[in-house]
Ligand binder design. Structure first.
Ligand SMILES: [Zn+2]
Length: 77
């Protein structure tokens, strides 16, 4: 399972062990990006439906950015 917040903190401090404060900080930093890149159900005139990113025009969910800012669990739910 991957968690982008944990991966970002590891890259930032280049240390194998990180604390929950650092993870919480990165999650807070990602919040405005997550508010933009969110799933949106699209329905065609013939009632077909699929999920796209709310801001990445025409990109199926999850978009490339979403894969970097959501946990694996969040993307699977
Ligand atoms: Zn997106």
């Amino acid at each position: 399972m991957s968690d982008p917040a944990i991966e970002a903190v590891k890259r930032a401090v280049a240390a194998p062990c990180i604390g929950s404060d650092e993870v919480a900080s990165v999650r807070e930093a990602l919040k405005p990006i997550r508010e933009l890149h969110k799933p949106e159900v699209v329905r065609s005139p013939d009632d077909e439906q699929w999920t796209e990113c709310a801001v990445c025009y025409g990109a199926y969910w999850p978009c490339a950015t979403a894969k970097l800012i959501y946990t694996t669990e969040e993307l699977e739910s």
